[in-house]
Design a protein around this ligand. Structure first.
Ligand code: GSH
Length: 218
C-alpha cells in the first residue's frame, strides 16, 4: 500500500500548497503532512532536501520499496486523480473534463497581478488596495469564468463542475483572497465562495493558519 507525505508551506500564505492539500483531502486516504515555514532566510534550504526545485507543495509517494517525488501543485492534483479515479477529481464527461482542465491551467499559468497585489493571507482580513487595471481585469475574468461554470457545468452539489474537482482546488486560494480583501461578488459567486469556505478541509486549513498567526509563525 502506498504511503503519502505532503510537504506544504506556512498555511496562512502558501496558496500553491492549499491546492494540493485540498486534492489530497478529497481522497479517502491517510497522509502525513510536513509544514515548512515560508518567508524565512532558510526557507529554500529547508525545502531542497525534499525536492531540488525548492518549491512547495511536494508529494512523496512511497510504494513497493521506492520513493517518488512529485513537485508542483497541478502535477500533484493530476497524479492523485489518476491514482484515485473513484474520487472523481475530474468530471466524467470528456468535454466537461477538458474545460475543467482549461480552468485549472488558466489559474496555474495566469493571474499574476491578482496573485501579486492580493497575496494570500488565509484567515486575516485586510483592506482592499487600489487595484491596478490589470488586477481588476484578472478579477473580472475569474468572475466571468466562475459564473459561466456555475451556470453551465454545476449542479445541486454547487461546485464549479458539479462535484468538487481539481478546478475548485486550483481556485480555492482566490476564494480566500476575495474574502480577505472584501472583493464585491455577484450572488451566485458569493454562494460558491461560502460553500468552498465551509468545506471541512478549508476549515482545518484555516484553524492551522490561525494557530500559525497566534504562534508568530505567520
Ligand atoms: N508552480 C508551482 C509554484 C510553487 C510555489 O511557488 N510555491 C511557493 C509557496 S506558495 C514556494 O515554494 N516558495 C518558496 C519560497 O518562498 O522560498 C506549483 O504550482 O506548485
Amino acid at each position: 500500500m502506498a504511503r503519502y507525505t505532503l510537504i506544504v508551506g506556512t498555511k496562512e500564505w502558501s496558496s500553491w500548497s492549499l491546492r494540493a492539500y485540498l486534492a489530497m483531502r478529497a481522497l479517502d486516504v491517510a497522509f502525513e503532512e510536513i509544514v515548512v515555514p515560508l518567508r524565512r532566510a532558510g526557507t529554500t534550504d529547508a525545502i531542497r532536501p525534499y525536492s531540488a526545485a525548492g518549491r512547495v507543495p511536494i508529494l512523496k509517494i512511497s510504494e513497493h520499496g521506492a520513493e517518488h517525488t512529485i513537485w508542483d501543485s497541478l502535477a500533484i492534483c493530476e497524479t492523485l486523480a489518476e491514482r484515485h479515479p473513484n474520487a472523481k477529481l475530474w468530471p466524467d464527461d470528456p468535454f466537461r473534463r477538458a474545460e475543467a482542465r482549461a480552468y485549472a491551467a488558466e489559474m496555474h499559468s495566469g493571474f499574476p497581478d491578482l496573485r501579486d497585489q492580493l497575496s494570500m493571507e488565509f484567515v486575516r482580513t485586510l483592506p482592499l488596495p487600489e487595484l491596478r487595471e490589470t488586477t481588476a481585469a484578472q478579477i473580472a475574468r475569474i468572475l466571468e469564468a466562475w459564473t459561466h461554470a456555475l451556470e453551465h457545468h454545476s449542479d445541486q452539489r454547487g461546485f464549479l463542475f458539479g462535484g468538487f474537482s481539481i478546478a475548485d482546488c486550483m481556485y480555492a486560494p482566490v476564494v480566500s483572497r476575495f474574502r480577505t480583501y472584501g472583493v464585491e461578488l455577484p450572488d451566485a459567486v458569493q454562494a460558491y465562495c461560502e460553500r468552498m469556505w465551509a468545506l471541512p478541509a478549508m476549515r482545518d486549513w484555516a484553524a492551522a493558519a490561525q494557530a500559525e498567526i497566534e504562534s508568530g509563525l505567520a
